[in-house]
Structure formats: C-alpha cells, structure tokens
Design a protein around this ligand. Structure first.
Ligand SMILES: [Zn+2]
Length: 252
C-alpha cells in the first residue's frame, strides 16, 4: 500500500518526506539531503533504544509494551510460543538491527513499507545482518507480524552490537498490508486527541546532529559533565581576553 492509500498517524505525519511522499523513519540516515531508505543507522537505533523513542516517528514511547515488525520466520516462532502460553519463559537472545516503537507506528510501517507489505515484497538492496548476508531481492516470507515485547536493550553481543528483545507479549499476524486496516483504524481512533510532542533534531534529516547526539550519549554522565566544564572554562577565557583587550584600548 502507498501512503496515499491509508490515513497517516499524526506522529508520522510530522516526519520529513521523500519526493514520492513517503515519510522517512527516524532510523533512516540522510546523505546530501536524500534519505537512504536501503540503509539503517545503528547510531539512530542506539539513540532510540536508549532513550525509549520510537524508531519510526522518533517520539518517546510511554511505559508499557514495545512493538516491532517481524518477518515470516520470527512471526511463526512467536505465534507458537504465545499459543503455548510460554511467552514469559521465552527470549530470543540474538541481536537484531530492528528497533522498536509505538504499536500504531509499527502497524502503519508494516502496511506502507515496501519490504514489509506483502509476501512478494522484496528487499531493494542486499544487507549484512550479523555475518548473515541477506541478498538483494530476498522475499519477506509468507506471513509477517507486529509483535509486542516487555522490553528491549541495546547490547554488545558475541556477534556484534544490536537490539535484544525481552519476552514476547502479543502478536498481530498479517499476510498483506491490507489485513492490518482494521487494526490501523482502531489504533488511529485511540491516537486522536493525544499530544504529539516534537521529535528531537537528531532524529530528523541532519546527520551532523545525529552524530553529535551519539557522541554525547556515548560519553556518559561523568565525561559529559567534564566536557561541559571544559567548554565553560574556554568561554570564560575568551571573555576575559576580550575584557582585557577592551580595557587596554580604554587606557591607551
Ligand atoms: Zn512512533
């Protein structure tokens, strides 16, 4: 389905768009003013996960379940686990590059994202996921799902850093984007009237702002305080030099 075919959640409506009108997700990197849909910025994923922000709209996710879109194999596995009532004992320890978000944003993405929309939907570019090469043109699989988890973490693992999800709580299965229309409309009705806050600039179209936010986040509170103090000291030095110069001029 195209964005013109369905109503857009207001959290997504304020995203930057590409020339076709597709809203650009918070985790998509930009290059020279052009969104790079085929790639995904792990810095943006890191910022979203550590700040509990939605990887689609960039806004904060309130306490409660975190949602993500899963492919056919993952959906089948989760369906079995949930049907057996053992979701609380099950955790997939493998990291993924896919970050979580709002239920509504994930339902919308599953319907509109060209790769997620249907069984014959194909990946536009090859990707490398933890050593497993996913070829260009790989199909999504017969089914897809929008899954809820009780949490997630950005973690370094033996195969590389990524998002590790907690226990699964719920699953909405679908084959084609259209199958989710009822769920979307119900979720849109719930969203109506809720306050949609501004998305920080580092999750919009400015990669330099993303980079700066990532560096800040990696520094940790102590180093951050030290860097702030150094900046203040430098400003103070400049101010004093200026004052000294001005007083020399006055005394001439
Ligand atoms: Zn969202």
């Amino acid at each position: 389905m195209r964005p013109a075919d369905v109503s857009m959640p207001s959290a997504i409506a304020s995203r930057p768009r590409d020339p076709r009108g597709y809203p650009v997700p918070a985790i998509t990197p930009w290059e020279g003013g052009v969104p790079q849909f085929a790639s995904l910025s792990m810095r943006r994923v890191f910022l979203c996960v550590t700040q509990r922000r939605c990887t689609v709209c960039g806004l904060e996710v309130p306490p409660g379940p975190l949602w993500r879109v899963v492919d056919g194999e993952e959906a089948e596995m989760l369906a079995e686990v949930l049907a057996a009532g053992v979701g609380g004992k099950f955790q997939n320890a493998a990291p993924t590059q896919e970050g979580p978000g709002h239920r509504l944003c994930m339902i919308y993405s599953a319907m509109v994202c060209p790769f997620l929309g249907g069984p014959e939907a194909r990946r536009g570019e090859a990707a490398n996921s933890y050593g497993e090469q996913i070829p260009r043109g790989e199909a999504r699989g017969q089914k897809g799902g929008v899954a809820a988890y009780d949490g997630c973490e950005f973690r370094s693992t033996p195969v590389g850093p990524g998002v590790v999800y907690g226990h699964p709580l719920d699953l909405i299965e679908y084959e084609r984007g259209e199958d989710l229309l009822d769920e979307l409309n119900k979720a849109l009705a719930d969203e109506a009237g809720t306050v949609v806050g501004p998305c920080p600039e580092w999750l919009l179209d400015d990669e330099a702002a993303t980079e700066a936010a990532f560096v800040r986040a990696m520094r940790g509170p102590e180093e951050d305080a030290r860097a702030r103090a150094e900046r203040r000291a430098a400003q103070l030095r400049k101010k004093r030099q200026k004052q000294a110069k001005a007083s020399r001029r006055r005394n001439r």
